[in-house]
Design a protein around this ligand. Structure first.
Ligand code: NDP
Ligand code: 8X3
Length: 257
């Protein structure tokens, strides 16, 4: 991952799971970091841990809700000088809430998922793209999902948001085709993180039971895929990559002991 050295990377959803693991791995390989999430105390703790292990890394934390345009704009107005040129944007913040059939899903849950998973990707990309276009370089890595390739029952809206991430990623790659900007999609299968705790409305036992009988991916596995995606030669773009637990064949087929 040596091409990460000296790069400025903005990672959304860095307070937990895949985003946190990606921040730590990027720091290990010399990237300076802009870390965002709503839980500022967790970002503070993470940045302290990273500074202790990698004291030369520059870190700026931004408390923001990615789906709230005003919150995004305000955070970008306050960037320190070194953080103004983002080389790599990892649009990772995302969530699934109310894992119920479409007939029962609330408007609030629909708005939360669309705002975070879809508008968030758009709003953050809009902040970094003008600079990337001007510099004719940069990399946007969107975190999709296997449910953005194949819908799952009980995940209709969440699936729809990840299908949207896929479409946005492909369209943006075409729109920036005449530039050196790279646009990638990383699609994880099941990863053990806070994702299921949020999905099952803070029911930790239910979240844990979901992983019974097979070994899910760890956040660190996807962090490696993201770091690899960000580290290829600038002439090469990994347009789309899917990474699954070894015993998961697709969204619905999981071999359990
Ligand atoms: P986690 O719940 O562990 O982490 C999600 C992160 O997103 C947190 O840091 C959270 O921070 C942040 N976040 C959520 N909502 C917002 C918001 N409105 N504004 C800013 N930040 C927000 O889940 P994962 O690490 O597993 O998920 C990361 C990405 O991977 C998501 O896009 C998810 O859809 C995707 N994914 C996950 C899979 C899995 O099985 N875990 C599989 C496939 C894809 P905070 O609460 O502090 O704001
Ligand atoms: C999340 C994938 O299958 O855990 O994006 O809902 S799944």
């Amino acid at each position: 991952f040596e091409r990460l050295q000296g790069k400025t990377a903005l990672i959304t959803g860095a307070s937990a799971g895949i985003g946190e693991a990606t921040a730590t791995l990027f720091a290990k390989h010399g990237a300076n970091l802009i870390l965002t999430a709503r839980r500022e105390n967790l970002l503070q703790k993470l940045s302290e841990a990273i500074r202790e292990d990698y004291p030369t890394i520059q870190i700026h934390i931004m408390k923001l809700d990615v789906g709230d345009l005003e919150s995004v704009k305000k955070a970008f107005e306050n960037l320190p000088e070194w953080a103004r040129s983002v080389d790599i944007l990892v649009n990772n913040a995302g969530l699934s809430v109310e894992a119920v059939p479409l007939v029962d899903i609330s408007e609030n849950a629909i708005d939360t998922m669309l705002n975070t998973n879809v508008k968030g990707v758009i709003f953050l990309s809009q902040q970094v793209l003008p600079g990337m276009i001007e510099r004719d370089s940069g990399h946007i890595i969107n975190i999709g999902s296997i449910v953005g390739q194949m819908a799952a029952p009980g995940s209709s809206i969440y699936s729809a948001t990840k299908f949207a991430v896929h479409a946005i990623t492909d369209a943006l790659r075409i729109e920036t085709n005449a530039t050196k900007i790279r646009v990638s999609e990383v699609c994880p299968g099941i990863v053990e993180s806070e994702f299921n705790i949020v999905k099952f409305n803070n029911d930790h036992q239910k979240a844990k039971n979901f992983y019974k009988g097979f070994e899910p991916l760890a956040s660190e596995d996807i962090a490696e895929v993201i770091a690899f995606t960000a580290s290829t030669h600038p002439r090469c773009v990994i347009s789309n990559v899917t990474a699954m637990p070894v015993n998961q064949a697709n969204v619905l087929v999981i071999h359990k002991e």
